[in-house]
Write a protein that binds this ligand. Structure first.
Ligand code: PHE
Ligand code: CO
Length: 298
């Protein structure tokens, strides 16, 4: 699940009358793919597991197989150890069964949503330890790349690390922090933290750099690229710098930020961000390519 900015117009009236307003990336005229009219006002909906057909399950299996084969030596151990909790790779998991397991481990649940949801709804669910997972799966022709997050990205990329107690607490703190950032008008700065940690984060281990970001873990090509390519820069985690750094949504990242541990991430983000938001607004933005003398380069 990613955070989003723009709402869409055409289905609004219908959606407001029944449930939740549809949400898409950007201004485009593309209609959202999910059934927003069937969602509750908190944007959750039924997974409707029975509606997946054999092709859907087969596509999930192929996606899972391709990513699982690449994990050793690239994904962090915490992810590899937990990915089996998703259940058999041969079919799209039932969210209710997965939630039972996850709740026993870290008191988190997964809930179905029609697709992208507004920031405040997203933050609110995270703050309640409910992780929103898109119900629909991409089409076979989108095997390598899908523009919006689908059930494979949301489940395979995000859910395994919710079994890790420290990461699980970070995600809840992020949600609560998001509700506060909304009040302060600082969502854009906070979204960069999500992007450079939850979606595209790397972690340093004794065996070398490893991936913990969901956007990389669910990507066919970026998993290897992020760890081994000489092209991108890999910089030490720096909260203020991350909040200033713009990101790419349509190509591999030019910059990755590297944490030492989930504990470091949790500790560094615990203080009140209010003064930081003010400072970051003063300092201004950086491009994803900028490099500074005091950056810690890996
Ligand atoms: N400490 C942050 C704040 O005061 C909350 C937060 C925690 C945000 C963890 C993101 C991640 O806003
Ligand atoms: Co995501």
């Amino acid at each position: 699940m990613a955070e989003v900015k723009t709402d869409m117009s055409e289905l609004f009236d219908k959606a407001f009358n029944s449930g939740a307003a549809p949400v898409t990336y950007g201004q485009g005229d593309r209609l959202p793919r999910g059934d927003y009219a069937g969602a509750h006002t908190d944007y959750t909906c039924d997974q409707n597991w029975a509606a997946y057909d054999a092709c859907d399950h087969e596509l999930y299996r192929r996606l899972y197989e391709r990513q699982a084969a690449q994990l050793p030596g690239l994904a962090c151990d915490e992810f590899i150890d937990a990915v089996g909790h998703l259940g058999v790779p041969s079919r799209i998991p039932r969210f209710d069964e997965l939630s039972d397991k996850l709740f026993r481990a870290t008191q988190w649940e997964v809930v179905a949503v029609p697709g992208l949801i507004p920031e405040e709804a997203f933050f609110s669910l995270l703050s309640q330890r409910r992780f929103p997972v898109t119900g629909w799966i991409r089409k076979p022709e989108e095997f390598d790349y899908v523009v919006e997050p689908d059930v494979f990205h949301d489940l395979f990329g995000h859910v395994p690390l919710l079994f890790n107690p420290v990461f699980a607490d970070y995600m809840q703190a992020y949600g609560a922090g998001g509700l506060k950032a909304s009040q302060l008008g600082s969502c854009e700065h906070l979204a960069r933290l999500y992007w450079y940690t939850v979606e595209f984060g790397l972690i340093r281990t004794d065996a070398g750099l490893r991936v913990y970001g969901a956007g990389i873990l669910s990507s066919a090509g970026e998993l290897r690229h992020s760890v081994t390519s000489a092209l991108p820069q890999r910089l030490g985690f720096d909260l203020e710098r991350i909040m200033r750094t713009r990101y790419k949504i349509d190509s591999y990242q030019s910059t990755y930020f590297v944490i030492e541990s989930f504990q470091q991430l949790f500790g560094a983000t615990a203080p009140d961000f209010t003064p930081l938001y003010e400072r970051v607004a003063q300092l201004g933005e950086l491009s994803a390519e900028d490099r500074f003398p005091n950056d810690r380069v890996f």
